[in-house]
Design a protein around this ligand. Structure first.
Ligand code: HEC
Length: 188
């Protein structure tokens, strides 16, 4: 016999099963809007896609570095609480203690992405686009990866060839630098 209680259980079960099958929501959480996502949709690809407008110089970067970064990375980028940022140290295989930006990172654009997204460590996402431009110029110039007194921008940064560029097998060749870096800016 079908008691009201058993019927209710069966009905509930069917609704739940239907929701799962129909791809409907569980009623938990709340919808996320484009505006909620926007502050975190900040990926910069190797090709330069995603870089904001603007430009940076090491001179300006040095000022920001001293205030926001040196406490952990050392006055001269030699490392401390945070890893070494400026060095001519040779890498020994994949030994993490010898890996640095200049001897390991394949793309200069990642410096911009990482700094803007994750640093300073205690306050991620507090770095402005302008500060990230200047800090990227500072880190690259101090590592002799760009000429002294350069200005970097969305056009030139993807063209900086990092020493270990060819040390990786690219998973997404279309997103590599020099594959339409400028067209990518326009969202093509
Ligand atoms: C409170 C300490 C602290 C401060 C301040 C700080 N960092 Fe860091 N940073 C770290 C730590 C710790 C790591 C390693 C994080 C990890 O591996 O997960 C790191 C990693 C990095 C890396 C990646 C290095 C690598 O080879 O993997 C970069 C680049 C960097 N920081 C840049 C900066 C810049 C630029 C600033 C200033 C805006 C800054 N950091 C401020 C602690 C700090």
């Amino acid at each position: 016999m079908c008691t009201p209680r058993a019927f209710l259980f069966a009905a509930t079960y069917m609704v739940a099963a239907q929701s799962a099958v129909g791809g409907q929501t569980t009623g938990l959480g709340q919808p996320i809007s484009e505006a909620d996502v926007a502050p975190w949709a900040i990926t910069v690809f190797p090709s330069g896609r995603g870089l904001p407008p603007g430009s940076g110089t090491a001179v300006e970067g040095a000022k920001v570095y001293e205030i926001k970064c040196a406490a952990c990375h050392g006055d001269a980028g030699q490392g401390g609480l945070g890893p070494v940022l400026i060095s001519d140290r040779k890498r020994q295989g994949i030994d993490e203690s010898t890996v640095t930006i200049p001897n390991y990172w394949p793309y200069a654009t990642t410096v911009y992405d990482y700094v803007r997204r994750a640093m300073p460590w205690q306050s991620p996402r507090s770095t402005s686009d302008q500060e990230a431009w200047d800090l990227t110029a500072f880190i690259l110039e101090k590592n002799d990866l760009i000429p002294p007194n350069s200005t970097i921008d969305a056009r030139s940064l993807p063209l900086v060839k990092m020493p270990n560029r060819d040390g990786f097998i690219p998973a997404f060749p279309k997103l590599l630098p020099a594959k339409h870096p400028v067209a990518d800016q326009a969202g093509h």
